[in-house]
Design a protein around this ligand. Sequence first.
Ligand code: ATP
Length: 450
Amino acid sequence: MPASTHPEVMDKLVSLCKRRGFIFQSSEIYGGAGSVWDYGPLGVELKKNLKDAWWNAMVRLRDDVEGLDAAILMHPRTWEASGHVAGFTDPLVDCKACKGRFRADKLEDARCPQKPSKRPGEHEACQLTEPRLFNLMFKTFMGPVEESAATVYLRPETAQGIFVNFLNVQQSSRQKVPFGIAQIGKAFRNEITPGNFIFRTREFEQMEMQFFVEPGTDMEWFERWRADRWAWHRSLGLAEDRLRWHRHEANELAHYARAAFDITYDFGGSLGFQEIEGIHNRSDFDLTQHQQYSGKKLEYFDAPNNKRYVPYVIETSVGADRTTLAVLVNGYREEAVPGEDEGRTVLGLHPTLAPVKAGVFPLTKKDGQPEFAHRLAAELRKAFPVDVDETGSIGKRYRRQDEIGTPFCITVDGQSTGDDTVTIRDRDTLQQVRIGAGQVKEWLLERLVG
Ligand code: ATP
């Protein structure tokens, strides 16, 4: 992966996320569970806004994509058909000297724990083993008996729930090919080298869409989806110069895949450009496999042309957590404030993603200002989340909101109770306007929509 020219902000983000209630380590009081994270009050709003942005773009604003929410547990044959039982493995190497464990195919990106300036294997003390294959699926048992016949898996991707429901959705929604099925849900992978905060975790959420097309039209649809998905990431405010395509060459492509591109994002520092979304032309592999393993036909009948075929699939697969990390990294900045000694930390989140849309500050605790502020906040809350902050200097209150990405701050002052006006300050330009309290909701709504 190409090196990054952007600074390393991960440590600062991890600490901000904990301090302000975006993301906590899972089971922290017990010392933490390995690479599993919990989203706090602000984090859950941020990730929900991101998922809503995806759902709106992929399902609600289109008439050719249907939504689905399939179960995490599936019939175990699913994972034989999909190839995950036999082949969902990572090659793994251990270092006998430092006891480190690394993915053999990602040694380039790894650091030797004893000598971080070198890669594993480069330091003279390293003793790497031969690669071993390691299955990434979490196993559990269905029912009371822990025996192999009762083994089920926590799904390692959401896609298979879509493939097995292809005909259910197509027939019940009366969709005609080309059409797609989208879902958002948890996936689990027993990753060998998780890390980099929420970048690679063992439990995560995927937002996947499978688009079913007539064979022969697949490359055209592949290109259309590539363009759409790039535009979506840009609409979140991800900087153009931090996004890059990675094309899978023949040696990287799965045997059934006709083409694959990743959208990569530059996370800065040593992580650099990494995949956030994969866009794949999967041919008719998945439906054909499920036909074979289930014995049920998964063909589409094209009535006007009186022909039957197994559709090809264009897949778009993006991680909700990884993209949340990308928008956090993308928005994080530290800067000087003109006329002030103290600088500020800002999360320059896109307004549609920001967990709190406006801070409301009564300047003093008297003259009816707090009551005015609470009345205004109650009205605004009908449309979006707001936060009333009555403590500390106005400067401090601005800093608190800047740090969590709140795009607007409204101040209620001595004039407000007289003429029913307030000031609104913009997080990025720092400009202030004074408008009537009754117009605030409309004014903000106009600026909050994506
Ligand atoms: P990687 O090579 O980084 O492990 P992958 O190629 O296995 O990723 P896919 O199977 O294509 O990933 O999954 C699609 C998307 O799901 C990825 O682009 C990523 O955003 C997300 N994803 C996959 N694995 C994880 C994980 N362990 N933690 C967080 N997100 C993940």
